[in-house]
Design a protein around this ligand. Structure first.
Ligand code: GDP
Length: 443
């Protein structure tokens, strides 16, 4: 796809910095250089130039300039990179100057990567991985995003798609054959191939929970009666005062989520409304949401406190960790909630006692569930749904269906389409818009 306009944007973070990188991409990069630089630098060689206003010829800044000649650039188009002094005033002056040039405009969010995608520089899984790498906050997210950016997941999907297409061609060749003339060996071969495909898709789907949790965060819900110290524990684990802590029961009426880095894994600590019977409409809504949060959490932690009434309908098996908080009060207050309960851990959110052990226990659970990181694969719900759709359309027991090869062919076509959506080989504008709109300007 050829674009007629040349786009520009700040590629580095906004604000004051030693260096700011402004990137341009499009057919007029050479014209921009002609208007604002003494000369176009040789491709891929850094040159220090005065950057001048195209009309007034007043110097805007001194910059390190790089030119990438199409198609050997990130976007596949002619690109210019200006490494300027990182001040808002320099950028403002540069942008005002660029605005005066014809066919040159500020880029939309994700437009550089979209152009790279349109010019086959990367597939859709790589474009998504690039956004994930830029957003990565933990080591496991970095490893996963890098692996997908290197294209292994996209290549796997491409391979499966190619296999499906060749099976489809074979099935379509059978359309004119009477059913009874199809040799058994052909049926067996097709069945084998389809089985392999199903197995490969299953294997990818098995990594989905892990990959999505690494990208979006492993959800840990803290549940318990009001006032047992759920908010205090969340704050202590996250090292920040995210949740309001009061001595009044029923304060957390909605869900509070805090993102934290637990030994390189991204976790989302979810503080929920205390689960108790209540007449208060708002608190009741909070409790409803707490139950929902518990259902979608990867790990459920039940919290008790000494002197607390044992919660009705709470079975130990429903929770991954059963923790007694306020252990600093044991001895000074009446007996623990259920003195016979074999708690996994006893902690005090107030004194910090037992919190290191709790962190270790959480890391153990997270590692156990997320397994080995850095392998890449399914990282988004949209990948998982497309794989499931593909699987539904890969026929089982092909021998029983070869009397209607047209229908088998149609099913296979749907499967091919579903896989194509993952890598972006089918034209699905809404998927592309959705993926690229999550980028920020300059990416
Ligand atoms: P939540 O309703 O379960 O979220 O409970 P909060 O975190 O709001 O805490 C309720 C009260 O218990 C507050 O007054 C806290 O200061 C207090 N609290 C929380 N954790 C501890 C603890 O480990 N020891 C003691 N002594 N008090 C605590």
């Amino acid at each position: 796809m050829t674009h007629t306009d040349t786009i520009y944007a700040l590629a580095s973070a906004p604000g004051s910095a030693g260096v700011a990188v402004v990137r341009l991409s499009g057919p007029d990069c050479q014209a921009v250089a002609q208007a604002m630089l003494p000369t176009l630098p040789p491709a891929r060689q850094a040159k220090v130039f005065h950057v001048k206003h195209p009309q007034t010829q007043v110097t805007i800044d001194q910059a390190l300039v790089l030119y990438f000649c199409a198609p050997r650039s990130f976007t596949g188009e002619d690109c210019l990179e200006l490494h300027l002094h990182g001040s808002p005033a320099v950028l403002q002056a540069l942008f005002s100057a660029l605005e005066t040039l014809p066919n040159v405009r500020l880029a939309e969010p994700g437009e550089f990567t979209r152009r790279a995608f349109e010019n086959n520089k990367l597939d859709l899984t790589q474009a998504e991985a690039l956004a994930d790498l830029i957003a990565a906050e933990t080591e496991s997210q970095r490893q996963q995003a890098l692996s997908n950016l290197q294209g292994t997941f996209g290549e796997t999907i491409k391979g499966l798609r190619t296999d499906l297409v060749s099976i489809m061609a074979r099935v379509e060749a059978l359309v004119d054959f009477p059913d009874e003339d199809i040799p058994k060996s052909v049926e067996d071969e097709l069945e084998d191939k389809l089985q392999n495909l199903r197995r490969s898709i299953h294997t990818l789907l098995k990594t989905a929970e892990q990959g999505i949790a690494i990208r979006d965060g492993f959800r840990i819900a803290i549940l318990g009666e009001p006032n047992v110290g759920k908010s205090s524990l969340l704050n202590a684990l996250a090292n920040k005062d995210a949740a309001i802590v009061t001595a009044q029961a029923g304060t957390t009426r909605d869900i509070i989520e805090v993102h934290a880095n637990l030994a390189g894994y991204p976790v989302i600590l979810v503080d929920t409304a205390g689960l108790r019977e209540t007449e208060d409409v708002i608190e009741a809504e909070g409790i409803k949401r707490a139950r929902k949060a518990a259902n979608t959490a990867h790990l459920k932690l039940w919290l008790d406190a000494p002197g607390q009434q044992a919660a009705p309908n709470v079975s130990r098996e429903t929770f991954d960790l059963y923790v007694l908080n306020k252990c600093d009060l044991i001895g000074t207050i009446s007996e623990p909630a259920s003195e016979n309960i074999d708690y996994d851990l006893r902690v005090s959110a107030k004194t910090g006692q037992g919190l290191d052990d709790l962190r270790k226990a959480l890391v153990f659970h997270v590692k156990h569930r997320l397994g080995q990181t850095g392998q890449g694969g399914v990282t988004r719900e949209r990948h998982r749904l497309a794989l499931q759709r593909a699987l539904e359309h890969v026929p089982r027991d092909i021998s029983l269906r070869l009397d209607m090869p047209e229908l088998v062919g149609e099913d296979l076509r749907q499967a091919v389409r579903a896989l194509g959506e993952i890598i972006g080989t089918v034209d699905v504008e809404d998927i592309l818009d959705d993926v690229f709109s999550s980028f920020c300007i300059g990416k």
